[in-house]
Design a binder for this molecule. Structure first.
Ligand code: LLP
Length: 422
């Protein structure tokens, strides 16, 4: 459930009309609902009912520092994949001891900084990363907590670009390699094995692949125990899907229940890394219709947001609901492709949508709180959209619209030609 609802035929974000936000901050603008973010985070947290656990929100889904701060205030942990995400979490008041560091390509400087601030654990994805972390920890006089990300080779039955737990994917180590690497890690002096990690993909709408993955992970844990390697926590990654259209993903409570049916009373602390399920339906992208363009056989609604603002439709043919902000339009209903101004045929937000709209109307792209702003770019020299968080009756600008000059502020002209040059 989310807090974007119609009241008197006007779309509201919590208690604020979306139209009034656009009047103040223009478009395109991302609008997030604090109550929705909190509700979704708590749904995961409460699903554990007193069992040891930590919800580590996946920062990549939406890394605005206000979003991170709202979650940090609830006591959230964080799953990061870069030093940029690490610094964001720290700036937002996240606790280092609740940060897990995932990702296949951690650089020296990233590992060093993470050790300096004392993160909770590295999720190791490459054998050589163990040696790198061990060496840096040795130099700094630290012991690094590690878990190995296991690739359990299960089919997450999701879009191939967001499926990560098959053996042909670049993520994690297969079970046999992980078994060997755990034994090697056990002998490295500056490493402390604390966990086992696994993430199989994103936008999963069924618990079965999660349970299959857990099954495989548990048999590896048995073998590790057999060689005297003790694990304290199991990090089962993120991936729980959301409803974009008519999907019926399990609720966090049902998902966690299914995990415990397999786990029984094993004493592991469980870590989860949800991103989309927390932030996805906590955000919308509001855009204005610039032009209606009828062509033979169809109509385009050309809007002021584009693939650079929301890449998911162009990149994954993802379907996101597009609704009018104001339902009182007198325009005739017609079928539209909603497209942006970017010079690419792939620049669309939605196709074949029945809408009653005219020039100047506002549209809201739903479910845009995760992998929306974070995946945006400046392609076509388009400044990034504004970001607003609504909290009850209050509106907070949490991301100013990018200024045009900032697009080239890090660029430089070549020096002037001098007379004797050449
Ligand atoms: N943990 C790890 C190690 C991950 O790689 C991811 C997502 C997550 C957690 C969070 O997964 P979530 O709960 O959000 O499904 N850009 C794509 C999604 C890419 C997901 C990448 N990894 C999209 O827009 O659908």
């Amino acid at each position: 459930m989310d807090y974007f609802q119609y009241q008197d035929k006007q779309l509201f974000a919590e208690n604020v009309s979306v139209q009034s936000i656009v009047e103040q901050f223009s478009s395109p603008t991302y609008i997030y609902s604090r109550a929705t973010l909190e509700r979704h985070w708590k749904a995961f947290d409460q699903a554990f009912e007193g069992r040891p656990h930590l919800i580590c929100y996946a920062v990549k889904a939406n890394s605005n520092i206000a979003v991170l701060n709202v979650l940090a205030r609830l006591g959230s942990g964080f799953d990061i994949v870069s030093i940029g995400e690490l610094e964001r979490v720290l700036t937002a008041g996240g606790q280092p001891e609740k940060i897990v560091f995932s990702g296949v390509g951690k650089r020296h400087d990233e590992i060093r900084r993470a050790l300096d601030v004392g993160i909770r654990c590295f999720n190791v994805e490459v054998s050589a990363e163990l040696d790198r972390i061990n060496e840096i920890a040795g130099e700094l006089g630290h012991i690094a907590n590690i878990s190995i990300r296991v690739n359990p080779d299960v089919d997450a039955q999701t879009h191939p670009y967001i499926s990560t737990g098959l053996k042909e994917n670049k993520f994690g180590l297969d079970i046999e390699t992980a078994f060997m690497e755990y034994q090697r890690a056990n002998a490295l002096p500056h490493l402390n094995i604390t966990g086992l990690d696994c993430h199989i993909g994103s936008q999963l709408t069924d618990v079965a692949p999660f349970v299959d993955a857990l099954d495989r992970v548990l048999s590896l844990l048995d073998r590790l125990q057999g060689v005297g390697i003790r694990i304290d926590h199991l990090d089962l990654g993120g991936g729980l899907g959301i409803c974009y259209r008519d999907e019926q993903p399990p609720l966090p409570a049902d998902y966690v229940k299914a995990l415990y049916q397999k786990l029984g009373d094993l004493p592991y602390e469980i870590l989860l890394e949800p991103g989309r399920a927390i932030a996805g339906n906590a955000g919308i992208l509001v855009t204005k219709v610039e032009y209606i363009k009828p062509v033979e056989g169809k109509r385009f609604a050309i809007v002021d947001a584009a693939m650079n603002d929301l890449m998911r439709p162009a990149l994954y043919q993802a379907w996101q609901n597009i609704v009018p902000v104001n339902l009182t339009s007198t325009a005739k209903t017609a079928c539209y492709d909603i497209v942006g101004p970017v010079c690419e045929t792939g620049d669309f937000l939605g196709k074949d949508r029945e809408l009653a709209i005219e020039e100047g109307d506002l549209l809201a792209v739903r479910s845009a709180g995760a992998y929306g702003f974070t995946m945006s770019s400046n392609y076509n020299s388009r400044p990034s959209a504004a970001e607003v968080m609504v909290d009850g009756e209050q509106i907070h600008l949490i991301g100013a619209r990018q200024r045009l000059e900032s697009l080239w502020q890090n660029e430089a002209l070549l020096p002037n030609e001098t007379e004797d040059a050449g």
